[in-house]
Design a binder for this molecule. Structure first.
Ligand code: F3S
Length: 292
C-alpha cells in the first residue's frame, strides 16, 4: 500500500505562528497565559501547559505576567483592559484576521454600515465585531442577507475561513440592499487550499483518512469533500481508531488533517498505517507528487 499525505494539511500559517509566538513568550519568572485555548486541540493545550503556558478563559483570571492573544484576535476593549491591569500583551493574532479587524474599523470610520459575513459565535467574528464598535450586522446565510433593511452604504468584511462561493452569493443579495457596496476581501486561502488538496488526493487513492477533532467543523468539511469524490473516507481523531480491515486490498491511501490537528498526531496516524500495511509502504511527503 502506498500512503500519500495531502500537500496542504493540518495547521495553517496563522496557527503555527501563534504557537511559535506562545513558545517564545515562555518566561521562568512570570506567569504566561493564553486568553482562551490557543487552538481547539486538547493535546496541544496540554503540551503548552507542560511548557508553563496556561489557559485563562477571561482577563479577570489573570493578575500578572504575560497574556497571549491567540490567532482569532480580540476587540480593542481587551487590549485596553490588559493595559489597565499592567499585563504584558503578546499579540499572536493572525495577520489575516488583523486585516479583517482593521477593515471593519475603517469601514465604520468611513461611514459605512458594516456587515460581517461569518458565524456569529466564532471567536474571530466576535473580535471583528468588536472592532466595528459592536455596530455591525453579522450574517451567515442568504436568508440573513435578505432580511437586512436597506442602507445607503454597506461595507462588507468576511470571516477569514468563510466559504468563497457562499460569500459571493450573499454579496449578490447585499448589492440589492444599498446604493453603494464596498467589499473588503478578507477570506484567507488556507481553508480552500486544504480542501482542494484533499479533493486532488481523494481522486488518486482508494481510501482517505481525515484526521481531526470530531467537533472541528473544518475537519468535517474536509471529510465531506473527500466523500463527494466517491472515495471511501474515514474521519478519525487519533491513530487508535484506525482499523486494519479498512486497508485490505487497498493499493493507495491518503491522509489529510484539519487546521487544528498538530503534525505529531498526523505522524502517529501515518506510522500506524505503515505498520498495518505490513511494511509494504512508500512514504510520500505530499500528495501532489507520486514517486512510488
Ligand atoms: Fe489560519 Fe490565519 Fe487563515 S489563522 S485559516 S492563516 S486567517
Amino acid at each position: 500500500m502506498k500512503i500519500y499525505l495531502a500537500e496542504h494539511r493540518g495547521f495553517c500559517y496563522g496557527v503555527n505562528r501563534a504557537i511559535d509566538i506562545a513558545l517564545n513568550a515562555r518566561n521562568e519568572k512570570l506567569p504566561v497565559h493564553t486568553l482562551g485555548p490557543i487552538i481547539h486541540n486538547p493535546q496541544m493545550v496540554s503540551r503548552l501547559k507542560e511548557q508553563g503556558i496556561d489557559v485563562a478563559e477571561k482577563l479577570t483570571d489573570i493578575s500578572t505576567g504575560k497574556v497571549i492573544i491567540r490567532s482569532h484576535g480580540v476587540g480593542p476593549d481587551v487590549y485596553k483592559q490588559a493595559e489597565d491591569k499592567n499585563l504584558d500583551v503578546v499579540d499572536a493574532t493572525c495577520p489575516h484576521v488583523k486585516k479583517a479587524q482593521q477593515a471593519a474599523y475603517n469601514l465604520l470610520q468611513a461611514g459605512y454600515q458594516v456587515v460581517i459575513i461569518g458565524e456569529e459565535n466564532h471567536p474571530e467574528v466576535k473580535s471583528i465585531f468588536a472592532w466595528s464598535n459592536s455596530n455591525a450586522h453579522v450574517i451567515e446565510t442568504s436568508e440573513d442577507a435578505k432580511a437586512l433593511p436597506d442602507y445607503p452604504r454597506l461595507g462588507v468584511v468576511a470571516q477569514t475561513t468563510f466559504a468563497a462561493d457562499k460569500f459571493l452569493t450573499i454579496v449578490k443579495i447585499l448589492e440589492t440592499k444599498c446604493d453603494e457596496l464596498k467589499i473588503e476581501r478578507t477570506i484567507c486561502t488556507a481553508t480552500d487550499l486544504r480542501q482542494q488538496a484533499a479533493i486532488d488526493l481523494a481522486k488518486k487513492v482508494n481510501v482517505m483518512i481525515v484526521v481531526g477533532g470530531r467537533n472541528s467543523a473544518n475537519t468535517a468539511r474536509l471529510a465531506n469533500v473527500c466523500r463527494d469524490t466517491g472515495c471511501t473516507t474515514y474521519h478519525i481523531e487519533s491513530a487508535a481508531e484506525l482499523r486494519p480491515e479498512w486497508f485490505s486490498n487497498v493499493q493507495a491511501a491518503g491522509i489529510t488533517a484539519g487546521a487544528s490537528t498538530p503534525d505529531w498526531v498526523i505522524e502517529e496516524v501515518y506510522s500506524k498505517m505503515e505498520e498495518m500495511s505490513l511494511g509494504n509502504v512508500v512514504k510520500l511527503e505530499t500528495g501532489s507528487v507520486i514517486k512510488g
